[in-house]
Structure formats: C-alpha cells, structure tokens
Ligand binder design. Sequence first.
Ligand code: HEC
Length: 201
Amino acid sequence: MNRSVLWVIGGAVAGFIATVTYWVIALAVAETHKADMVAPERVTGFIHAIIEANRANYTQNVVEKLHNLGVVEAVEHWKEEKGLPLPAQFLLESGRLVAQKDLKFSFRLASLTPIYVWNGPNSEFERRGLDAVTKDPDKPFTGYFQQGGVRFFQGIYADRAVAESCVSCHNAHANSPRRDYKLNDVMGGIIITIPISETGS
Ligand code: HEC
C-alpha cells in the first residue's frame, strides 16, 4: 500500500473519530441543558410557596402584631379608612401590581363561593380546578390552555380555613353567598398562571 492511500485512510479514520466525538459531546451538553429546565408545575409550586409565605408573614408579623399593640387594624375598606389591607386583599393587591408588569404572569385568590363575584372562576378550567382542589386539597390542579397566541400553564392550589377568623369573617360577611364554613374547609384557591411559549398564531 502506498503512502497516499495510508494518509487517506488515516484522515478518514481521524475525521470519523472527530465527528463521533463531536456528536457525543453535543448530545451530552443537550442532555445537561434538558436537565436544567424546570417543569412548569415546579415553577408554580415555587411561586405558590412565596405567595403563601408572604401572606402568613404579613398576617403574623404585621397585622397581628399591630393589632396586639393596639396601633391599627386590618379592615376591608383599608383604602378609605386608616387601616391595613386584610391578608386576602394583601395577596390580591400584589397580584394586581404584578399584572401591571406585562409579564403575562398572574396570580390571584379565587373561590366558587366568593364574597365578590370578580373573585369567582374566569374559565371552565378554573371552575373545574377550584372544584377539584375542594375535593382533594393536597393535590394542585394543573394544566395548559391557549389564549391570544400564547400557551399558558395554570396551577390551582387549595386555600383552607386555617384559622377560626377565616370562618367567622366569611360566614358573617354581608356579601358572602356561603355561611356554613368550618375550620379547615377549603374556601377557594390560589390560581397561578405562567406563559409557556408564544405560538405566533
Ligand atoms: C375580616 C374578614 C376576613 C378574614 C378574617 C378573612 N377573609 Fe377572606 N376575604 C375577605 C374579603 C372582604 C374578601 C374579598 C376581598 C376583595 O376582593 O377585595 C376575601 C376574599 C377571600 C377569598 C377570595 C374569594 C372571595 O371570597 O372573594 C378567599 C379564598 C379567602 N378570602 C379565604 C380566606 C381564608 C383562607 C382566610 C383565613 C386564613 C380568610 N379568607 C380570612 C374577608 C376576610
């Protein structure tokens, strides 16, 4: 065999090895990136944890503290009166501020038997979700929907009557359509909506 044939075979073998090596590395990198992506149900789970923590933190360290010190109370008409927002309103107000950011990301507190109709379900999916978390509060209700050329993921988390005050205030509220809440009942849900992708349609 002459030298030039050996060179050609050598070159082909080297080229083959280089190509295979390249693909092995490229696939490994792609796998790593895939593993780096966070599933949407985990994302809404994280957001839910923050919303819940902020509401509990606000209730215990601001509302209850200022009440115990006799400084100021949380009242429904906090904008007109000299009061603090109720914890539910604190959550809803944060949701309104986030909605102004044009992130296509939103969250709110809702119920099938809301004090105010605008806190009711906005879609059949939300109605089904609030119903599902009422029956099975430990499991969030999740799924996808499409709106205005954007694919969204929604997570709905049960909101329970964790304190006697939840029950007594809602049962006594002039506007409440339901008056038989008991401690630990599911009173509604936290609905978290995140955009997944633009579909361009
Ligand atoms: C002092 C009265 C009061 C207390 C205590 C209270 N809420 Fe509410 N809650 C309200 C009012 C008023 C709204 C409506 C707020 C709005 O839309 O501005 C509301 C809204 C809600 C909503 C949204 C649906 C609806 O009814 O409009 C849920 C769910 C809810 N509260 C659950 C709870 C839970 C759970 C607790 C206890 C951890 C609680 N609430 C404590 C007065 C109260």
